[in-house]
Ligand binder design. Structure first.
Ligand code: TRP
Length: 471
């Protein structure tokens, strides 16, 4: 099964070398793993919490998008979009807001730090604090939960936000009695070293010690590299590489062999000036081709807009059906949808006493592969899964179908049959049809069966929980 990896980048700044090494490069690399389904987005709603400089937010959105694409992110493989192009995100945020304890948000580090600063300065505790800052964790939870992300790569400072997203998801699942959300896990890249900046502290805009990635061109990068602070050892003297920022930055770009050679040169007395030129050459070898792509992208903003809007459409195809399910669950229901259900499934009138639930049965194919079928309440076959070599993969799909629910199912025609898609791959095929009316009828039957199955699964879970409590 695919792991959905999701992360957001707040669009307030211009990417520097530290962002590239610490976040952008690993994200692009991860997106190329065939087992990863990457969702990366520009967190531009989050940017409004930190900055009211409209031009800066606009420019940063463009620069960050172009940087990811220039660094090799393939928008046909990953789902790459702007948060603000997904109306389901703020919509989900409200549904989550209504189950989130205010006390939970009082404990968020960023909010607490702002309050502490006010108290220390003998101000009103909430002076200058917007409700946006206060709600930040809920917006972030919506970013993650709208796409049922499994893994969220973040910096350490964001771990609390992922924990809050889990809390909020659990609260929602519990309140509305079904596993609507999968529990996201924070993922901290341990191997990726944080890049030191010009002064040896972590490279960060707030320390004003950054080396630009593309801004200022090769010249700007060279000038910044020449400002890296070194010790006062003269050429000819052996250099200590252990905590030299220059060497650490070199290592982040070079192969192990290149790194060993560079280290030996420094220990053998290479001058810092010469070392800076070598560092520039090594980084430039990687960055120059990307810079060229970056500049081409920035020169054609309309083309980039098309890429981002296509990304948003892909993302909404995931979030849209989930939100339909959630609206239904919280009581924001459409009478029209229900009326249709009654018309299209006359065999199961709404008022019928508890019908037998649909059933999933697993079996092994002649070639030894694992499959299962979904039968409706009358025992008619509705879906046949594809063949899995791995029984665990078949089991995982079976389990996810048991809680999916009809509205969340992605059903499209595959030839003259209905196909069920998960992550845009057809994982099961269903009744065949001859015309639009019989296609719609088949689709309604499958959705109704998935609804009944999800309800039965939830009942079963509730009964188990009750039995456990009683014992
Ligand atoms: N808050 C994150 C940061 O500042 C950015 C972000 C917004 C994010 N939404 C997200 C990260 C969802 C991961 C998942 O770094």
């Amino acid at each position: 099964m695919h792991t959905r990896v999701l992360t957001g980048i707040t669009t307030t700044g211009t990417p520097h070398l530290g962002n590239f090494v610490g976040a952008i490069r690993p994200a692009v690399l991860a997106s190329k793993d065939p087992n990863v389904d990457a969702f990366y987005f520009m967190a531009d709603y989050h940017a409004l919490i930190k900055s009211d400089d409209a031009d800066r937010v606009e420019a940063s959105r463009m620069k960050i998008a172009a940087t990811f694409l220039a660094a090799g992110l393939d928008p046909n493989v990953a789902t790459f979009y702007r948060q603000s192009d997904i109306p389901e995100v703020p919509e989900l945020m409200w549904l989550l807001t209504c189950v989130t304890g205010k006390g939970l948000l009082n404990r968020a580090h960023a909010y607490k730090a702002a309050v502490d600063r006010n108290v220390d300065g003998q101000e009103d505790p909430d002076a200058g604090i917007t409700a946006g800052l206060y709600m930040y964790p809920v917006l972030m939870a919506a970013d993650i939960l709208a796409f049922n992300a499994n893994k969220v790569p973040v910096g350490r400072d964001q771990i609390q936000h992922i924990e809050m997203a889990r809390d909020i998801a659990q609260r929602f699942n519990h309140t509305y009695g079904r596993e609507f959300f999968v529990m996201p896990e924070a993922h901290i890249e341990e191997q990726v070293a944080t890049l030191p900046g010009l002064d040896g502290r972590k490279m960060s805009k707030s320390y004003d010690n950054t080396i630009p990635l593309f801004e200022g061109g090769a010249k700007g990068m060279r000038e910044a590299i020449m400002k890296i602070v070194t010790d006062s050892r003269a050429p000819g003297e052996p250099k200590d590489t252990a905590d030299a920022a220059l060497f650490t930055i070199f290592k982040a770009f070079a192969s192990p062999t290149e790194t060993v050679a560079f280290e030996q040169s420094l220990q053998g007395g290479m001058g810092w000036g010469e070392a800076k030129v070598a560092l520039f050459d090594r980084i430039e070898a990687d960055v120059a081709p990307m810079r060229e792509r970056y500049e081409a992208l920035m020169a054609r903003p309309d083309d980039m807009e098309d890429v981002l809007l296509a990304g948003a459409a892909k993302a909404r195809a995931v979030a849209g059906p989930l939100l339909e399910t959630l609206r239904e669950a919280v009581g924001l229901r459409s009478p029209r949808y229900r009326r249709q259900e009654n018309v299209t499934s006359p065999a199961a009138p709404a008022a019928a006493p508890k019908a037998r639930p649909p059933r999933i049965a697993s079996f092994r194919d002649d070639d030894g592969s694992f499959r299962f079928r979904l039968f409706d309440a009358d025992g008619a076959e509705l879906l046949l899964s594809k063949a899995f070599a791995d029984p665990k993969a078949a089991g995982a799909l079976r389990q996810s179908l048991a809680t999916l629910g009809g509205a969340a199912a992605s059903l499209t025609a595959v030839g003259d049959q209905l196909g069920l898609q998960v992550d845009s791959a057809t994982v099961a095929t269903g009744p065949s049809f001859t015309d639009e009316a019989s296609r719609a009828e088949a689709e309604a039957r499958v959705r109704a069966a998935l609804d009944a199955l999800a309800a039965a699964t939830a009942d079963e879970a509730a009964a188990k929980a009750a039995a456990k409590k009683a014992s």
